[in-house]
Design a protein around this ligand. Structure first.
Ligand code: XIL
Length: 366
């Protein structure tokens, strides 16, 4: 028997008879019986990445950029294989508040509707970032009080609109520099570092239940930047500021080496009392791809997945798009690409098999 009862998809599509059977099986202890698990192991081929992740109580998701939903072959597989999705662009500030005080939720709502139709949950991304801000905001000159009220208004409107529709928010994205100092974004420069606690409190006031995350890149392993987040989250906790999670984007590149101490890093944040998650995982390489690079990429995908599964509070993994057909990498990193576990034809790459193997091994350990 597949342990999919926690899946939003299976909960919604399960028949009453199926539910009764599952309940009986649970009562009889069949679900946990080793023979049933062994039988399930023989059927892994049919299970999706999300179903495999659910076996250890986690999710496996993929981001989506709205235009990709028109690629029906792509959208179908997204809906089948993944349990959660993250809008790649349409919940960002420039999309949601293109003019001051004028909100547009069209794009984000489209992703919510797609997710709902496919039994998926949604991660909200992102309330505050230095990129993809609307011109009216970046080109204006604001006093501290004005910008605080603009930020509060934005967060309040967006979080209220998506209350009950997203399970997590990246409240603040990429707020640290590589050396662990605060990034001098418009909010830092005008309001000072207190804008982070403010943003978290306003988000909590607008939705008491949603999980509130800080999110960044180059924080996957141990280092100055992840140290800075560790210190910040520790302080926020001490100050009783609402903070539920730390998101590791996981934009990795073969040519820079696998970051050291991923598991230890995840564990130290978990020990602070927050959830951790890989939120934007992709592993790029210099093109052209070849079998050796794809094998190394597979090894990394497996290691990252295993590291998450070894840490109780690592709640899930999201890839930033799932196939090389649609990926932000070639447009941003010249000469690089092939970063995802499915190829342009939506066929499994070695990375896909490595993720599956890691999910299966992790589920067995409990
Ligand atoms: C990227 C999108 O995927 C692109 O379509 C867009 O042009 C730029 O932003 N870190 C983040 C994401 O937190 O929001 C970024 O998404 C990728 C890097």
């Amino acid at each position: 028997m597949r342990k999919t009862a926690r899946s939003p998809r299976s909960t919604r599509t399960r028949t009453a008879a199926g539910a009764a059977l599952a309940a009986t099986a649970l009562l009889l202890g069949l679900a946990a019986a080793p023979s049933a698990q062994a039988e399930a192991d023989g059927k892994h081929r049919a299970a999706t990445l999300d179903e495999l992740a659910q076996r250890s109580g986690r999710y496996f998701g993929s981001a989506v950029d709205n235009p990709e939903l028109a690629d029906t072959e792509y959208a179908d597989l997204l809906g089948r294989e993944f349990g959660t999705t993250t809008p790649g662009n349409t919940m960002k500030w420039e999309a949601t508040e293109p003019q001051r005080g004028v909100f547009d939720f069209t794009g984000g709502d489209e992703v919510i509707d797609f997710a709902r139709a496919n039994g998926m949950k949604v991660r909200g991304h992102t309330l505050l970032w230095h990129n993809q801000l609307p011109g009216w905001l970046t080109e204006g000159t604001w006093t501290k009080d004005e910008l605080r009220s603009i930020l509060k208004n934005h967060i309040t409107h967006v979080v209220k609109h998506y209350r009950g529709k997203v399970f997590a928010w990246d409240v603040a994205n990429e707020i640290m520099n590589e050396d662990g100092t605060y990034r001098e974004n418009i909010f830092y420069k005008t309001i000072g570092p207190g804008y982070i606690a403010d943003a978290l409190r306003w988000a909590r006031a607008a939705d008491p239940k949603v999980k509130l995350y800080l999110n960044d890149y180059n924080v996957d392993g141990l280092g100055a930047k992840s140290d800075a987040y560790y210190a910040l989250i520790k302080q926020l906790k001490a100050d009783r500021v609402p903070i539920d999670g730390f998101g590791l984007q996981g934009h990795l590149a073969l040519q820079y080496g696998l970051p050291a101490g991923i598991k230890e890093n995840l564990q130290r944040f978990a020990d602070l009392g927050v959830d951790v998650a890989f939120t934007e995982l992709d592993i790029r390489m210099q093109l052209p791809a070849d079998p050796a690079k794809l094998a190394e990429q597979a090894d990394w995908y497996g290691k990252v997945t295993s590291a998450c599964l070894e840490v109780k509070r690592c709640v899930g993994i999201t890839v930033w798009g799932y196939s090389d057909r649609h990926s932000w990498i070639p447009g941003v990193f010249e000469g690089e690409g092939a970063a995802l576990p499915f190829d342009e034809n939506l066929q499994h790459k070695p990375a896909y098999d490595a993720i599956r193997a890691a999910l299966i091994a992790g589920a067995k350990k409990g």
